[in-house]
Write a protein that binds this ligand. Structure first.
Ligand code: 13P
Ligand code: SF4
Length: 328
């Protein structure tokens, strides 16, 4: 095991004064965006140069609402594949572009649709709650979708007599089961990036920042969640950091999150959650999108998200249920 003292914490403090001017490629993207009547939606984990030119930055839930309501002809989705697919499902008449088609998700991959279909055949009574980090084909087999931002609320709405199977994230599922006091079967999937955060590394960081509250994404393991002052989605992390009196906050999720916090919250210092080998933690899929690929997507109008209409319309029903239940 590497010595935890061999690296310094990864720290970003809020921006002071003017931001650097946009680069030529960022200017080019903004021009193309206008020409194409496109909207750029970016997840909180995207690299800073992409967040800078986005029309909306948010978590999976916020991005799904934005995708559903946009008037733009083109949705350029800077995130991972399942997120862009969700945009297409909720707004099929728009062209949805993803800068890098290979930007997948380990969590989504851990639940192949064929395996879920086989489970349903064996357990026809099961009520399937699918975390939004899954493929369109898995959504199409599900009863309701949830995100980390609304999972507790969604599960609370499900009638008591239903036997719930929660897919694909066992960590989020376990957290929701505890919050709702609802027994649920959990699909054995996890996010490869969030399970890398460890208690040992976090304890070390806490020694350096003893007064800093710890906010943790629910995809982390139970042992790490147990160290949290707050467990929430990436969007709720922004809210927590805005409202907290703390000047230093340890943020246990993918490190792209720190860019948005630094930009929007003045006067505070954000410390990235550590793993045993690194002071911060990137999702390799989220980081496949580059500013050049964003420009090329708008220039060449590809890669485009497409899916069979029967899958899309079946996947839309549980998403719609989520959007309705989430608003209520
Ligand atoms: P949020 O919806 O909380 O942003 O989470 C998305 C995700 O992929 C976390 O790994
Ligand atoms: Fe998937 Fe994890 Fe990356 Fe989120 S951080 S997109 S859950 S692999």
């Amino acid at each position: 095991m590497p010595d935890l003292l061999t690296y310094e914490p990864f720290v970003l403090s809020s921006l002071e004064g003017e931001e650097a001017p946009l680069t030529a490629i960022q200017e080019e993207i903004l021009e193309l965006k206008k020409k194409r009547n496109a909207v750029i939606l970016a997840h909180n984990y995207q690299i800073e140069p992409i967040q800078r030119i986005a029309d909306f930055i948010g978590d999976s839930l916020g991005l799904a609402y934005q995708a559903a309501s946009t008037e733009a002809d083109i949705i350029l989705f800077c995130g991972v594949h399942f997120m862009a697919e969700t945009a297409k499902i909720v707004n099929p008449s728009r062209t949805v572009l993803l800068p890098e088609l290979e930007a997948g998700c380990s969590l989504s991959d851990s639940c192949p649709a064929e395996r879920l279909a086989a489970y349903k055949k064996e357990n026809p009574e099961a009520y399937i709650v699918a975390y939004i980090n899954c493929s369109a084909a898995v959504k199409a087999l599900s009863d309701v979708i949830c995100t980390s931002g609304n999972a507790v609320k969604i599960v609370e709405r499900i009638p008591e007599d239903k036997e719930i199977l929660f897919v694909p994230d066992q960590n989020l599922g376990q957290w929701v089961a505890g919050k709702t006091k609802r027994s649920m079967k959990l699909w054995p999937g996890s996010c490869y990036a969030h399970v890398l955060f460890t208690v040992r590394a976090l304890e070390k960081t806490k020694l350096k920042y003893p007064n800093a509250p710890v906010i943790v994404h629910p995809e982390c393991t139970e042992a790490v969640r147990d160290m949290a002052d707050e467990i929430c989605s990436t969007e709720l992390m922004v809210k927590y950091c805005k409202e907290s009196d703390a000047k230093e906050i340890i943020v246990v999720t993918e490190s792209g999150m720190l860019h948005r916090l630094r930009k929007e919250i003045p006067g505070k210092t954000f410390i990235a959650g550590p793993t045993d080998t690194c002071a911060c933690n990137d999702c390799r899929f989220m980081k496949m999108n580059t500013i050049e690929k964003v420009r090329d997507a708008l220039l060449y109008m590809k890669p485009e998200i497409q899916m069979p209409e029967d899958i899309r319309s079946a996947a839309y029903q549980p998403i719609k249920r989520m959007l309705d239940w989430s608003k209520a």
